[in-house]
Design a binder for this molecule. Structure first.
Ligand code: SP5
Ligand code: ZN
Length: 346
């Protein structure tokens, strides 16, 4: 399988996140992407190429211009206040407040960012932009005609994307790489695209982006938001709105779920995808469902990742894998590449 990777992910580094009342080094460290790349190479998965630059156009199909303007200038605005540490919000437009965009950077951070675990540093926007280009370049391979066309591709994105909505970032995500790629596939002729999100956390950003649309089916397997991050979206009764009614499917699973419950949900999701008959499939590939993940509670074994990669291949659709979460850094490469190898075997 073809992998797209950019070294620019490493520009997003050095930040700290608020966890249990203290600032701790970010779980989304550059070593995550480096470990996956090393495994792609040692497993002989296939060629690794750098992304092409598709520009801001395809990003603007998903994210609002004001949001992009904010993200691309936030570090300068933060620094202009004399701050040198990573930018984190500390106030939000919660219930009974008004979500009007303030002028002050401290207020803007709370307006555009939903948590205190997503520090923005000098290189964050460039890294996020590069990750979006990685996803777009991999998507272009699925869509291209002739010899360059691939049955599947792996976008080795970092930072991840599925928590980012059109004008909101958080959960280690700035730009929604999977949504940008899904929209790009629509724009080059795929009439229907399915996005299957297997990250431990609900893909709240992707859900929000496509919630009222029938042309992108979104399905997500995740820790129940009653107990798990991001807490405020991902319930089973969120089924889409308007023309999109019926095209959003959530599988919230209890803390501690193992591969039995998880693969039952996957089977239901796969049957729905078969009925939808999409022209392309995007997998939001988080491997934080692994048993030893430091911030998650599912119990998948490394071999289970191979098993479910095979099941995804049986859908027989042009498939784009987009890297999302996974924080057991020592095993992250093995688990991610197991999915891709399972897919290739089938
Ligand atoms: C893409 C992705 O997987 N984003 C996940 C963001 C989760 N951020 C919240 C982490 C809360 C960490 N709490 C740590 C407790 C460790 N005992
Ligand atoms: Zn996750």
């Amino acid at each position: 399988m073809f992998t797209v990777y950019s070294e620019e992910h490493a520009l997003h580094a050095g930040g700290a996140e608020l966890s249990a009342g203290v600032l701790v080094p970010c779980y989304d460290a550059p070593s995550r992407a480096e470990m996956i790349l090393a495994r792609v190479r040692s497993a002989g998965l296939g060629p690794v190429v750098a992304p092409e630059d598709h520009g801001r156009g395809p990003i603007e199909r998903v994210h609002s211009p004001r949001f992009l303007e904010f993200l691309s200038t936030a570090w300068e605005q933060w620094q202009a206040c004399g701050y040198h540490e990573a930018a984190l919000p500390s106030i939000w437009p919660g219930r009974h407040l008004r979500a009007v965009e303030p002028d002050n950077i401290a207020g803007k951070l709370g307006y555009y960012c939903f948590d205190a675990s997503t520090p923005l540093v000098a290189g964050s926007f460039r890294a996020a932009y590069a990750a979006a280009q990685v996803a777009l370049s991999a998507a272009a391979r699925l869509a291209s005609q002739g010899a360059r066309r691939e049955r599947a591709a792996f976008a080795l994105c970092r930072p991840p994307g599925h928590h980012a909505a059109s004008d909101l970032y958080g959960g280690y995500c700035f730009l929604n790489n999977a949504a940008i790629a899904a929209q790009a596939l629509r724009d080059v002729g795929a009439a229907r695209v399915a996005v299957l999100d297997v990250d431990y956390h609900h893909g709240n950003g992707t859900q929000a982006i496509f919630y009222d649309r029938p042309d992108v089916l979104f399905l997500s397997l995740h820790g129940d938001p009653r107990t798990e991050f991001p807490f405020f979206l991902g319930h089973a009764d969120e089924r889409g709105a308007g023309e999109g009614d019926g095209y959003n499917v959530n599988y919230p699973l209890p803390r501690g779920s193992g591969f039995g419950a998880w693969s039952e949900a996957l089977e239901d999701a796969c049957r729905r995808i078969e009925r939808y008959a999409p022209d392309a499939l995007v997998i939001s590939l988080g491997v934080d469902s692994y048993k030893d993940d430091p911030i998650c509670s599912f119990r998948l074994e490394s071999a289970d990742f191979t098993t479910y990669g095979r099941r995804i291949a049986q859908l027989r659709r042009p498939t784009l894998f987009v890297m999302e979460g996974g924080y057991a850094v020592e095993q992250i490469g093995i688990n991610a590449v197991n999915v891709l190898q399972g897919f290739e075997e089938a």
